[in-house]
Design a protein around this ligand. Structure first.
Ligand code: NAD
Length: 390
């Protein structure tokens, strides 16, 4: 069986789906690996490192013509999608709940689509496949570094002959995987860190990292399904925003990471809260996307300075900016999932065995056999007017 790694094409995307070390492991597992020329360049894995690991470095045309399974980090671009053919499978972070039309168009063309976004994350045997976690970890780390870089003062307490600098006060809103990593990194840089989340379970996690948890008097438990948060009601949201504003005004740096699966990111920092911050303050909005963000006035991919001197950075896709670490982790995740999907036969041969009665497969397989098989994606498509989408 031939698996192929394509060169990512999204703007700013520097990750690669497989790194040479994992190629070697897949080869030992009986898989043939093809790599598109230059696929690893952005993450500092030149073609010859793949060749040395036993992969065949090849052209785009050859790769799509001969591969059984295509591995990607994010969704393939339009040219790549047009090249996919019936019977082929594509595995990557395809964001099927954000772009269900992609899944429908792959299903219509007989392509099997498998998305790591849907992995059941609390299942212990799936943890090595959890790309959302590995990439959020990288992104949370980078968010803290980005904040330190944009901030015009020190993060740590510094006592020097030229005077004493107080430590920066940093608040992380949304303390899931990325938020906890941002807290840990900011603490290592010496900042005075606090955190807040709507899931009560996160209080202990924040405190175990040596940060302070902010208890809001208006707090409600908003723990949802699968360890995720649920969306707040408008009344809960208004109370949260109003109370958070007082805490935000006292911070030098705020990092926001809040997400609710399948929904627009919640607005946590209002324009009034931004206006109450001191000049020189920095906000990193990791919730920033085309769907909106956690911070009023944030623009995805841009740094804006408000009239009162607050820098707001719309930090999209931060994992791509630490490409080697992010690719190393992603490569382990995707190869663990791949080996689960292609069990070795008696003769050591491997082929894709789709079985959605398996809990892992039920989460990740979104299109197969000409159908959209993932219930949540199918529901989104069914809710649309008949002639919409691609
Ligand atoms: P996420 O990216 O969906 O959201 C980030 C954080 O934002 C979450 O902690 C969420 O509670 C918080 N949030 C949402 N709305 C908010 C609001 N209005 N105000 C404040 N905070 C808000 O979350 P994630 O990082 O992917 O983690 C989700 C959950 O999955 C967590 O409970 C995490 O511990 C759990 N998880 C478990 C495992 C495992 O068991 N192996 C692995 C990964 C994640």
């Amino acid at each position: 069986m031939r698996v192929a790694v394509v060169k990512e094409s999204a703007p700013g995307e520097r990750r690669v789906a497989l790194v040479p070390e994992t190629v070697q492991k897949l080869r030992q597992g009986g898989l043939e690996v093809l790599v598109e020329q230059g696929a690893g360049d952005g993450a500092w894995f030149p073609d010859d490192t793949y060749t040395a690991a036993g992969a065949a470095v090849t052209t785009t045309d050859d790769l799509y013509a001969t591969a059984d399974v295509i591995l990607t980090v994010t969704r393939p671009d339009e040219a790549g999608l047009r090249r996919l053919r019936a019977g082929q499978a594509v595995i990557g972070m395809l964001a099927p709940l954000i772009d269900p039309h992609l899944v429908r168009s792959l299903a219509e063309r007989g392509v099997t689509a498998i998305s790591l976004d849907g992995l059941p994350r609390t299942l212990s045997r799936a943890q090595g496949m959890d790309a959302l976690t590995s990439q959020a970890n990288v992104a949370g780390y980078k968010a803290a570094l980005m904040a330190a870089d944009a901030y015009g003062r020190f993060f740590p307490l510094l006592i020097t002959a030229a005077g004493t600098a107080r430590p920066a006060k940093l608040l992380v809103l949304g303390t899931g995987v990325a938020g906890l990593q941002a807290i840990g990194t900011a603490r290592r840089l010496g900042a005075q860190v606090s955190g807040y989340d709507v899931r009560p379970a996160s209080k202990g996690e924040v405190e175990s990292l040596g940060a302070t948890f902010i208890d809001l008097t208006s707090a409600v438990s908003a723990a949802g399904e699968g360890g995720y948060a649920r969306e707040l009601t408008p009344e809960e949201r208004d109370a949260q925003q109003a109370e958070l504003a007082g805490h935000i005004a006292r911070q030098d740096v705020v990092i926001t990471t809040a997400q609710v699966p399948g929904r627009r990111p919640p607005l946590l920092v209002t324009s009034d809260a931004v206006a109450a911050m001191a000049p020189g303050s920095v906000i990193i909005d990791m919730g920033s996307s085309q769907l909106g963000g956690n911070v009023a006035g944030s623009v995805p991919g841009q740094s804006v300075v408000t009239p009162n001197g607050v820098t707001i950075i719309g930090a999209e896709n931060l994992a791509a900016s630490v490409p080697t670490a992010a690719s190393n982790a992603y490569s382990r995740n995707i190869s663990a999932l791949l080996l689960h999907l292609v069990p070795a036969g008696d003769a050591g041969d491997r082929e894709l065995k789709i079985d959605t009665t398996d809990e892992i497969q039920a989460g990740v397989v979104v299109a197969h056999g000409g159908e959209v098989v993932h219930p949540a994606v199918a529901k989104l498509l069914a809710a649309e007017p008949a002639n919409q989408g691609s």
